[in-house]
Design a protein around this ligand. Structure first.
Ligand code: PCA
Length: 215
């Protein structure tokens, strides 16, 4: 059975919850059909998040790693296409650090493409009635940092592992008291989206075949 490591982040940016954390906690409790599910929760801290991911991969020895995080303000689920070798933020991380134009891995490649079939995932999400779009930037905050760290680890040490990153929007409870309009999904939808991301990845082998159809 495919062993899947799903990761999520702690809350950040003044939020009380992180929808990725709520969804992965729910999946950890409910399980995922047809796969052996492991989970890990990562700090929103540049200096430790990559090491926490590495430790979780060493502990669980997964075949597939999908890291999830919050992208507040996006309207749907956004599987990420590419990770870049940069930390850059105006908003300090949860340890108070705000690096600018800093490499994640000195002398590492500029970027990595995801190992996930992102177009097929988007198509499957839309078929299930969940808004989704391929994203071409995971930003340069902690989600990109963990995504790049994952892809670099796979490229340099664990070539048999598939991996990638999926951003999720706000969950309803984060926006009900806001007066500025921000899109959100229900927790059930976000949980279902991660189920679909895993099952599509486990069953799809060729993303190119569906890429053009969703462009
Ligand atoms: N989202 C942030 C970091 C943690 C999270 O859940 C991001 O998009 O970088």
């Amino acid at each position: 059975m495919t062993r899947v490591l799903l990761t999520a982040f702690e809350p950040f940016g003044g939020e009380q919850v992180n929808p990725s954390q709520l969804a992965v906690q729910r999946l950890a409790a409910e399980g995922l059909d047809g796969v052996e599910l492991r989970t890990a929760f990562l700090p929103v801290v540049y200096d430790t998040a990559g090491d926490a991911l590495r430790a979780a991969i060493a502990e669980h020895d997964p075949d597939l790693v999908i890291c999830a995080g919050e992208a507040g303000g996006r309207f749907g689920i956004t599987p990420e296409k590419v990770a870049i070798n940069r930390n850059d933020t105006a908003m300090p991380d949860n340890a108070g650090r705000a690096p600018v134009d800093e490499p994640i891995v000195a002398d590492g490649p500029v970027g990595y493409f995801t190992g996930l079939p992102v177009a097929a995932i988007v198509e499957a999400l839309r078929d299930a009635g969940i808004p989704a779009e391929v994203s071409w930037t995971a930003g340069a905050y902690l989600c990109n940092n963990v995504f790049y760290s994952l892809m670099h680890l796979i490229a340099t040490e664990r070539p048999s592992v598939r991996g990638g990153f999926v951003h999720v929007p706000y969950v309803h409870e984060q926006v009900v008291r806001r007066t500025d309009a921000k899109p959100s999904l229900s927790l059930d939808e976000i949980v279902q989206a991660l189920r679909i991301a895993v099952s599509t990845t486990v069953h799809a082998t060729d993303d190119a075949a569906v890429g053009a159809a969703t462009a």
